[in-house]
Design a protein around this ligand. Sequence first.
Ligand code: DOR
Length: 439
Amino acid sequence: MSYTNSLLICQARLVLPNGEFMVGDVLIQGGKIAEVASTIPNATSSPEIDAQGLTLLPGVIDPQVHFREPGLEHKEDLFTASCACAKGGVTSFLEMPNTKPLTTNQAALDDKLQRAASKCVVNYGFFIGATADNLQDLLSVQPTSGIKIFMGSMHGDLLVDQETTLENIFAHGSRLIAVHAEDQERIKQRRQEFAGISDPAIHSQIQDNTAALLATQLALKLSKKYQRRLHILHLSTAEEAELLRVDKPSWVTAEVTPQHLMLNTDAYKTIGTLAQMNPPLRSPHDNEVLWQALRDGVIDFIATDHAPHTLEEKGKTYPNTPSGMPGVETSLPLMLTAAMEGKCTVAQVVNWMSKAVATAYGIPNKGEITPGYDADLVLVDLDNYKPVRNEEMLTKCGWSSFEGWNLTGWPVTTIVGGEVVYDKGKVNTQVRGQALQFI
Ligand code: DOR
C-alpha cells in the first residue's frame, strides 16, 4: 500500500487528547497525522473531506473479537469482519484464539497474520491461547497482544481451569494475561441442576454472578502473587466491579462490553437466544454498577466480544445454541448514543474505545488525534438518529442483538493509515490494514 497520499479533513469538531473539543482541520501525510490546526492551507492540493457538522474521533481499537478464520468461516471471516469494523469505525482489532485450529503456537499465529495481511481492511493483532501444556509457546510467540486464558465456558484444549496449571502460567514470563473469568466447576454443577430447561433465560442462572466472581477472585489472587499483568475480559457483574473497586493493583485492567452495560436478562423475553452469550447478560442492577465502575475508572475500557453465529445455529433450542453476539458495527453508535443521553461524555467514550486500549496493550501511536500519530480516524454524525437494521449489517451472520435500536453517532467516514476505508455506506475493499505492534 502506498502511504504517499495526503488528505485534508476540513472543519471537523475534533476531540483533542486532553478531552477538549475544537473545530479545525487535520492534515494527513504518509499515513500519519501531520498537522492539527484551526485552519490549514491546502498547500499540496491534497484531496479534501468537508467535515462540517461532523465529529472526528480516533479510530476505535476493539480489544476482544472472535473473527472465526480459520476453520469457522461459515460464521465470519477476516474479510467480512474487517469490513464490518470499517463500517463501525473500528480501525484496529485484537482477535481471540478459539478458531480451528486453535491459535496456540507460532505456526497458527503466523497463519492468521498472513491471512489478515492479505484480506483485512483494518489493522489487526492476535492473542495466543493458553492450553494445559503450551507454556513454551506462550513464552516465545511474537507478535501477540497477550495470552488468552479461558478459565471457563470453553470446551477442548483452550479450557484451563485447574489452579496449578493456571499458577504455572502466571508464574512464568511477563506478558499480559487476559482471562475469560468464569468458574468451570460451578458451571458444570449448575448445568446438571438446571438440566432439561430450554428457556434461554436459564443461561444467566447457570453461569451466574458467583461463577464469574469465583474466577475473577482466583485470577486476581494469582496476579497479585506474581505481580503479573492481568486483564479481565468482559467483566459482567456488580460483584466483580465492587471487588476491583477495593482491590485493583496498578498492573490489572478490566473491560466491559456495550451489551453488559445496555442489555440485561429482560432481553431473553424479546430476542431469546440472540441474547445468549458468555459471560451471560445480568440484571439491571449489574448494568448500573458496571456503568458507575466504568465512569469511576474501575473498569478501564470497552470491548465488543464480537462473536457471530449464524441465525440457523441461534435458532436451535437452548442449550444446543451457541453463545455470542456480533458487535463491531454497533459499539461506537451505542456508546455515543449513551453519551448523548448523559450516561457519560463523548471524551470518555474516546478514551474507553481508543486511548485507554492503546495504553493497556502498549500499542504505539494510536488512540489520539495528535501530529505523529497514525491516521486511524472516524468521522461520526452526532446529529442524526437511525435504527440498527439487520439487513444493513456487514458481519457475515447478518443480525444484531440491537436490531431496531435508534442510535446516533454512526460513522460517516473511517480512515485507516490515512486511507479512506469506509465512506457513506461503502467499504473500499482495496485498503489493507497493518499488523499491530505491542511494546
Ligand atoms: O459468548 C461468547 N462467545 N463468549 C466468548 O467468550 C466466546 C464467544 C464465541 O467465540 O462464540
